[in-house]
Ligand binder design. Sequence first.
Ligand code: A3P
Length: 322
Amino acid sequence: DEKEIPKNLQREDDEETMNLISSLPSCVDFEGTKLCQYQGCWYDSKTMQGILNFQREFEPQDTDIVIASFPKSGTTWLKALTVALVERSKHSSDDHPLLLDNPHGLVPFLELIFETSKPDMTNISSSPRLFSTHVAFQTLREALKNSPCKIVYVWRNVKDVLVSFWYFKCAILKIEEEGSMLESLFESFCEGVTNHGPFWEHVLSYWKGSLEDPKNVLFLKYEELKTDPNVQLKKLAEFLGCLFTVEEEESGSVEEILDLCSLSNLKNLEINKTGKTARRSDHKTFFRKGEVGDSKNYLTPEMEKRIDMIIQEKFQGSDIEF
Ligand code: A3P
């Protein structure tokens, strides 16, 4: 759905990058898009271009925070919560960054900003700088070199991720939700052949990363953010080194952030009702129901069973609970 990069916007080293990309193992996803395999996951060639540039050229700062996720796992929410957390006390209620831009505008995807040009980072003044990514842990780690940046990963039940992705795809294509697309998407998911997939390897990469380096990698679960937002937000604050003070807790600062970042609040902000991302996606497509278990309404019992069997196989030996 994105146009080819015009010749005059191509980078000088594009040819070298394209040669490398064409040497990678490749396959075709449910839409007929060519994907290539890199460091254990599949990416389309434009994403791949961004990843290679970002790994080569990103200059991390030790205070950087990177929000990581598999697409449709709660990225937008985690971005909003992190912005609200680190920016608290810097803004009044009418000049808050979340009122002026969508969370994706405030926290850019590294592989996207490095896609066509070397981004100018000098205008990102706020410290900490906030970035995001959908790449797997090993790929992100390589780009961060040995910098002790904080990485926060959010993961979500794969069935809800799948249905959320189906809705998102249809919204972007401006078509009715069709069962046939869900079926082919389901096949691709099960086979692990989707942009950024396999889902299982993605989640496991960050799970392992968080076990190896708990000080710098936090592993959060969307469902727990939903059931226990207060506790999870405080955990995030502690991890990022910006604990709530007793006074803040008493004055309701935690609840204020949760209210500001709630699905209903964000969805109804003018900027999210009407705005578009840099890649021309409507902001509103990032906010739907946010319900746990919504996939029950769309997946057949056979589909659920097949996913359950894959989960059983892939996650045995880990303490990850669905
Ligand atoms: P549903 O499609 O199940 O409703 P991502 O941000 O990674 O693209 O994930 C999108 C999913 O997160 C969508 O799920 C969307 O509704 C949900 N979401 C977006 N903002 C949210 C928020 N503030 N709170 C809870 N869920 C949110």
